[in-house]
Design a protein around this ligand. Structure first.
Ligand code: SME
Length: 149
């Protein structure tokens, strides 16, 4: 694990949260502030057949506050239940554009008691911004969040 101290920091923040929503907001804020390549960070929650945007941090709001399951990279993650890494969004047909700056994206599922609950979605203005270290770190974070939702 490349970012163990960051996971400790974030675990501490989540422990201090008063509600599930607060825990998600703290995690989102931490990711956005501390990771240089994480240019937009949001958490979507599954509601019926749609993913609904909860806490987010970034320069601009996305118009995609509701995404249908199966639509875009976010919707693909809801179907596969696995982390989706897109090194180059221009080369992935599934990608639904939110920001013109975005070059790569990662979507990490939050699974609670074996069920898909929602996901962490991160856009980067850097090409190929998300490697195995990011996957490992964010999947560990998703587990922490799953325990609080
Ligand atoms: N790019 C995503 C849509 C959500 S925005 O990045 C915030 C997708 O392809 O599902």
């Amino acid at each position: 694990m490349k970012y163990p101290e960051r996971l400790d920091d974030i675990a501490e923040l989540i422990r201090g949260a008063t509600t599930a929503e607060d825990a998600q907001a703290r995690a989102v804020e931490h990711l956005y502030e501390r990771f240089r390549r994480y240019d937009w960070v949001g958490i979507y929650r599954l509601e019926g057949e749609e993913l609904v945007l909860g806490p987010w941090k970034g320069e601009a709001a996305t118009e995609h506050v509701r995404i249908r399951v199966g639509e875009g990279v976010c919707g693909a993650c809801a179907v596969s239940g696995r982390t989706e890494v897109v090194p180059d969004v221009s080369a992935d047909d599934r990608y639904v554009a939110c920001f013109s700056e975005t070059k790569s994206e990662i979507v990490v599922p939050i699974v609670k008691k074996g069920r898909f609950w929602g996901e962490i979605d991160i856009d980067s203005s850097t090409l190929n911004a998300f490697g195995p270290d990011d996957v490992e770190f964010l999947e560990a974070l998703a587990k922490l969040l799953a325990a609080r939702v």
